[in-house]
Design a protein around this ligand. Structure first.
Ligand code: 13P
Length: 251
């Protein structure tokens, strides 16, 4: 059971360090069945990795550029992330897709670059409201998987995680119903299984979109859900730990 926080463009280094210290001081009652993870901004990445070093807290970057180095002003590469002491990376978050225009082909390059460098990607997919209302959810999820991940092998799949984050549920307070989550996760698992067989069906699937302590339990208890990716409610330690407590009950 994975409980991961995506801080997006929030927290200074000092705030990030305090969060890690407070979390590690208070996470004792959460057993090792629940994996705790955070994706800080690039600036706070090394600080968080140092503070979490040797602890249970897993750390990931929120993005990467597919090239290892070069003239790409403002970008960060896989070797830089690894050098900061971090072994995970988010790829294809809806904000990257929609606000920064990252398309399926570019995201596929990022996934390949991450895996080739030894980073563990959490690949995010999800339909927007118009696509859901038009009954195109399954088609959109399948397309995002096939185009973003289609070039991978079963060996790659063993190092992959996928997050289902419906765009209309991100930061809106509108959480997908348990039926919607169960249906989407079943569709995703089937597509991953079709691509890679057993390793595809074993890819951990996280749900994200307005997850908080009051709704995490009913989502985490679904058999097709292996964890949650939490934005706003991950920013304060008590809120994050309250979600981890729900995960503990379902683990
Ligand atoms: P919220 O939990 O704030 O809706 O954000 C979800 C998200 O985008 C996590 O990646």
């Amino acid at each position: 059971m994975i409980v991961a926080g995506n801080w997006k463009m929030q927290k200074t280094c000092g705030e990030a360090r305090s969060w890690v210290e407070d979390l590690l001081a208070a996470s004792g009652p959460i057993s090792a069945k629940v994996r705790l993870r955070v994706y800080p901004s690039f600036v706070a990445l090394e600080t968080v990795a140092r503070s979490a070093n040797g602890s249970r807290l897993e750390v990931g970057a929120q993005n990467l550029h597919p090239e290892r180095s070069g003239a790409f002003t403002g970008e960060v590469s896989a070797p830089m992330i690894l050098d900061a002491g971090v072994e995970r990376v988010l790829i294809g978050h809806s904000e990257r897709r929609h606000l920064f225009g990252e398309d399926d082909a570019f995201l596929a390059k990022k996934v390949r670059a991450a895996l080739d460098s030894g980073l563990l990607p959490l690949f995010c997919i999800g339909e927007d409201l118009a696509e859901r209302e038009a009954g195109r959810t399954n088609e959109v999820l399948t397309r995002q998987i096939e185009r973003g991940l289609g070039g991978l092998t079963p060996v790659d799949a063993a190092r992959l995680e996928v997050a289902y984050e419906p765009v209309w549920a991100i930061g809106t307070g509108k959480v997908a119903s348990t039926e919607q989550v169960a249906e989407a996760h079943a569709e995703i698992r089937e597509t991953l299984g079709r691509l890679w067989g057993a390793p595809g069906r074993a890819v951990p699937l996280l749900y994200g979109g307005s997850v908080k302590a009051s709704n995490a339990g009913e989502i985490l208890v679904l058999p097709a859900v292996d964890g949650v990716l939490v934005g706003g409610a991950s920013l304060d330690v008590p809120g994050f730990l309250a979600i981890a407590e729900q995960a503990e009950k379902c683990a």
